[in-house]
Design a protein around this ligand. Sequence first.
Ligand code: PMP
Length: 351
Amino acid sequence: MIEELFKENLKVFKAYEVPKLEYKVKLDANESFLALDEEILETIASRLKKITINRYPDAESQTVCQLYGQYSGISPKNIIAGNGSDELIQMIVGTFVDKNEKIMTLNPDFSMYKSYVELAGGKALHFELDEEFNLDVESLVEKVNEEKVKILFISNPNNPIGRVIERREIIKIIKSCNCIVVIDEAYFEFYGESVVDEVQDYENLIVLRTCSKAIAVAGIRLGFLITNDLLLNEIKKVKPPFNVNSVTQLIGEVVLENTANIKEAIEKIVKERSFLLEQLASIEKIKIYPTFANFILIQSENIDRIYNGLFEKGIIVRKFKDERLKRCLRITVGSRKENQILLDCLKGIEL
Ligand code: PMP
């Protein structure tokens, strides 16, 4: 039986499913609502002709790392590029987590930390945020050290809550936890604060970034890992040699050469976020959580009615199976037109 060759720990796993939904307005995946400028698309098109596609890509993604270094104020020698930050999470797990070893994540937080750890045969422990999704930093540190976990993963801003842990609290966590601390800053541009400038100062800090959100190129799959030399050299041992393809590197380069466009896009998204927050606040019986990302978490006793009402009109948002989020929906900030369609539909749903 061929199944005898399958891995024991994969037996309980299901493949990650991205629902194939028919939609008119897509507000479920925290993508940017802004397409790239025509001029940038033209530059990409003309440079594409020049890439030597019969050759492997630059294994170290040097040019794109250099440009990301300029964008983030970090030396390129401290950066590894990945096929999305997803791949970088997997690399971190592959580097540090052996079978039965433990890591810790907050609950709720981004689910892929747990998935990759369990795929690797490790154990993911949860530290629960309180009723209002606030974090008790002292208790977290105590738990991390008591459980002797190898890695603590935190997304900041938190996906799916949108809340943030202030910089001085993050520093306290990095200093007090006897483990590797991964601060996943996928949404940092919509917040503005970062600890990336601290990677040389703490031997246990790794920062993750992505081009999928504010930089608006989710389709090319490009993320960055930033850390000190020691951790970087260790992680490089598990990095697949040509993990970022040449087309992605090229598009990433063009986009990162145009940081003024990125800045402008962030301003537009933050402005739409304010509009959407303000409008949502006027709808009765919906609770809104404060957000520092490009999405808004809402809660209601009638969440299924809201989800279904939106779905019927072709508007898709993110719902959750998880117990703590089962009365919540996560809505990505869309364009003014998309947000207006969403709001009109929400106002028509009887709650
Ligand atoms: N981290 C967080 C917190 C995310 O929300 C996401 C995407 N939803 C990722 C990482 C992965 O991003 P990507 O692989 O597109 O870089």
